[in-house]
Design a protein around this ligand. Sequence first.
Ligand code: MN
Length: 728
Amino acid sequence: MIRQFELVERVQSYDPTADEDVLNRAYVYGLKKHGNQLRASGDPYFSHPVEVAGILAEMKLDTSSIVTGLLHDTLEDTDATRDEIARLFGEDVARLVDGVTKLSRLEVQSESTKEAENLRKLILAMSSDIRVLLVKLADRLHNMRTLKHIKEPARRSRIARETMDLYAPLASRIGMENVKRELEELAFAELNPDGRTSVQSRLGYLREKGEKLVPEIEAELVATLKAGRLEAQVSGREKTPYSIWRKMQQKNVSFEQLADIMAFRIIVDTVAECYQALGLLHGEYQVVPARFKDYISVPKPNGYRSLHTGVIGPLGQRIEIQIRTSEMQDQAERGVAAHWVYKQGGPSTDAPQYAWLRSLMEILDKAPNAEEFLEHTKLEMFQDQVFCFTPKGKLIALPRGATPIDFAYAVHSQVGDTCVGAKINGRMLPLRTQLANGDQIEIVTSRAQTPSPTWERFAVTGKAKAAIRRFIRVRQREQYIQLGRSLLDKTFHEEGYEVTEKGLDGVRANFKQPSTDDLVAAVGAGLTGAREVLTAVFPGLKSRPSVRSGSGADVVPISRARKPSKSGDAGRNGAEPAGQIAIRGLIPGMAVHFARCCHPLPGDRIVGIITTGKGVTIHTIDCATLESFSDASERWIDVGWDATSEHDGVYTGRLKVTVANQPGSLSSLSTVIARHHGNISNLRIVNRSMDFFDMVIDVEVTDVKHLADITAALRATPAINAVERARN
Ligand code: MN
């Protein structure tokens, strides 16, 4: 285990401004918090965070990153809290430790590549501060180095698979080739020990055969460059077993000679010298076609720059050569960490600290190769998405701003259609709540539920919107048919006739309707007058001229389509049909609905809004929905309750109630309402916290005064905290 002073010295060796005090305090704090916890290896647990901090020091990261490495498991595994860490080590460190903890909670549940890709995006999106990702990679690297101590083979291979699918590609994406290579090798050893052994034994054989070749080729290359007056470091580097294995898998090739396992690297001082070296080599040796790549003028999306070429080498061997400056070499090894800017005393939010991120963005922006671009899709793209989990851990990607409704429809349209609520990270929250990265969503469904038009306002995915609209269309038609049927019954009865299917069928062609249901629906929607249908069926009757609106004297009683008391869901979608009411100022035969947004009651001041194909919707005069019709005055009609007629109908008033979350509070609520002759037709809990429920209650009342009586009585009930009439 790295000792305290060693760690401080290592950090100070590359960052003389490092805060020694905070490093010491973090070391002691972590040591104390992890106490006598042990790792699978039997080592003290704290050896792990210390090694992680050591890896971060090798990456030459700033003090906050090193401190985060020391503390990265304290939130998850000890009694440390975010507040305490913020107090002791600052908000920057607290945020980083919190970020690493959140990443650690993600687990790959599925092995499908698509999900791994989504998870990679999720991790990038959650690592808005790249240091979170760097600490996570260091954490994973140390866990992979000590993987052998884990006893259960299934767990070992799950961790190795996750490393291969998730963390090695992430390391590559941010340009950290060293970390990527080591992660891959360690995972390969766990996942395919036989494959690795066979590659290694073949490597051993080739190495033996070519033992003398490598120094000879190196010397030859140095001499060739020197002849062109170029000083350079030349070294031979062996490829890793996994990279050879993968090449064999992908290209279905065997490896036969040194060139297959060795690459020679030439390090020079400047970019100009890179091209000079290339020219000298191409002048001296025969070039292997199609092996030349210029990643200096066109860097890889992760920032990698180098020249690659293949030549028939000095000893007649085909060899691969990489030419780069020492700066490019540093970048290739340490990726984004190489861009870290140290600034004395500057907090990490200082703009220069993020210079590397901007340069990375630029590089990603300019990625030339479509395939590579997809592979290394730029960071900011993920900022448009949120990634959430089902209770079983399946990952669902949604556009930013998505709500539980979108999530429900993304899971299955059946789940969407019957959705009544959503638990987000275990808490019941409103369906309009915007989802955040990493949220776990459990959709609560009920077979009695149907999509609500209000959902459309906060659904953002096309799938959810289309499903809701489709449902509303079907439901609306059902309502029109009901209403049309009762209008026809009434009109026919007045003249002593019965509505018959045969009679309607005989005249539907006159109204250009394909079926009798369509004809009835047209009547319900106010497109066709009930009386017109009557006179079509019985042409002997004289048709009465229709009365225009605005006369103010016409009282139009409409028989109620359905009593809501018998059907709790009547009109749940959109406006509910109005019936048995007396409203002045309406056009006879026109469909009338009460708006669901404001639930007008007799006694409220009201106004009617005409909607083509839908009839008139009655709103209260103070309803916020009316604003959207403010520049469509032609659609407003002046209506009022008929004071002369007795309104003995039943209307639905809507209350917003906050009730204490305690035994008996719901029953006292319903008792009070019943005692005042109200009937609860619908009750929905919109918010549930430890101490309170927020709910919306639909109560059947006779008029606005009746509702006011109930409201007053509820307010006087101890278990009830707040009551108000719901508006929108
Ligand atoms: Mn850890």
